[in-house]
Design a protein around this ligand. Structure first.
Ligand SMILES: [Zn+2]
Length: 312
């Protein structure tokens, strides 16, 4: 069964066609999966360096993880209860030589070969902060003041095929994570929401901060979304890029004790840690820059260039 592909608005479709025509995005044949040109990657890498520099100057510890998550960790996270429609699992072949021949023949004819595929112990990475919590839990009780982690611009997967160039199935999410006492975590989240706003405005983007909710699944999900809004657990930085609505380019999430209790993360006094994470969408910010300032970074305003290329 093919998944339903979200259609693009007229200006989103036009923007995507222009990006492909200019060679900035390389088509794969699957909506929401693109390669990047040298120019696109240059901007994205500069953005990643800028975000990591902001974090490390404030004491962040750098951790990096591969773009697959142990299945057990996804199971412990609660992700499948909230976002079953977005998750991706890694399957692999199990069978004998005869099965392998049938599978190869069917695959070559683009027929269904799924009966020979079985779940592995891995899933696609749903959010870049997920591997951070169990890694920190394994260290034992946290030092006083907790920890601040820069998980970098990691590849994450969301199964939501779309012709809107801002909605990717796989993209870089640059996550910063704070694990500490409840007050310190909330203060950090709000401080970074404002820092993120200044940062995007410094790039010349018309960013606005707003209260938001996650795309929870189903009827129960609509209730979760209303609670999340009412309790201001999720803030987003919205930038008009293309389409009827502005695009969320960063989000600032307060999880309270959700991950702390799921993974048994303890503060120095033995109580459960609170957590918050920030995610900056690299590709969306790059698309915002290209849309706002044009496709050639050499012609961008000097003030914007100075933010991303401070050494030139
Ligand atoms: Zn996160």
């Amino acid at each position: 069964m093919s998944p339903e592909v979200r259609q693009a608005s007229a200006d989103q479709a036009e923007f995507l066609a222009a990006l492909i025509e200019a060679g900035l995005l390389l088509e794969s044949g699957v909506p929401g999966v693109y390669g990047h040109s040298d120019t696109f990657e240059e901007i994205r890498e500069r953005l990643a360096e800028r975000l990591s520099a902001e974090a490390s100057s404030r004491g962040a510890e750098r951790l990096r993880f591969p773009p697959v998550l142990p299945r057990r960790q996804l199971e412990s996270s609660g992700y499948l209860a909230s976002f079953p429609h977005l998750a991706g699992s890694v399957y692999s072949f199990e069978g004998d030589e005869a099965d392998a021949r049938v599978q190869a023949d069917r695959a070559a004819a683009h027929e269904d070969w799924s009966e020979f595929q079985h779940p592995t112990e891995l899933t696609m990475m749903p959010a870049a902060c997920y591997p951070v919590y169990p890694a920190i839990a394994r260290r034992g009780r946290l030092p006083a003041g907790g920890v601040f982690v820069d998980a970098g611009g990691a590849w994450v997967f969301r199964h939501e095929p779309s012709h809107d160039p801002m909605r990717r199935q796989i993209f870089h999410q640059h996550e910063l994570v704070r694990i500490a006492e409840p007050d310190a975590v909330l203060e950090w989240r709000d401080e970074w929401a404002n820092r993120g706003l200044e940062l995007l405005r410094g790039f010349g983007l018309a960013a606005e901060l707003d209260v938001a909710n996650d795309p929870f699944f189903g009827r129960r999900g609509r209730m979760l979304a209303r609670n999340q809004q009412a309790e201001r657990l999720k803030l987003e930085l919205l930038v008009p890029i293309a389409g009827p609505e502005p695009t969320a380019c960063a989000s600032f999430n307060h999880h309270r004790d959700h991950f702390g209790s799921n993974y048994g993360i303890e503060l120095s006094d033995g109580s459960t840690a609170h957590t918050a994470c920030l995610g900056f969408g690299h590709e969306r910010i790059v698309l915002g820059l290209l849309r706002t300032h044009g496709f050639d970074p050499a012609t961008w305003p000097a003030a914007v260039r100075a933010e991303l290329w401070p050494d030139r």
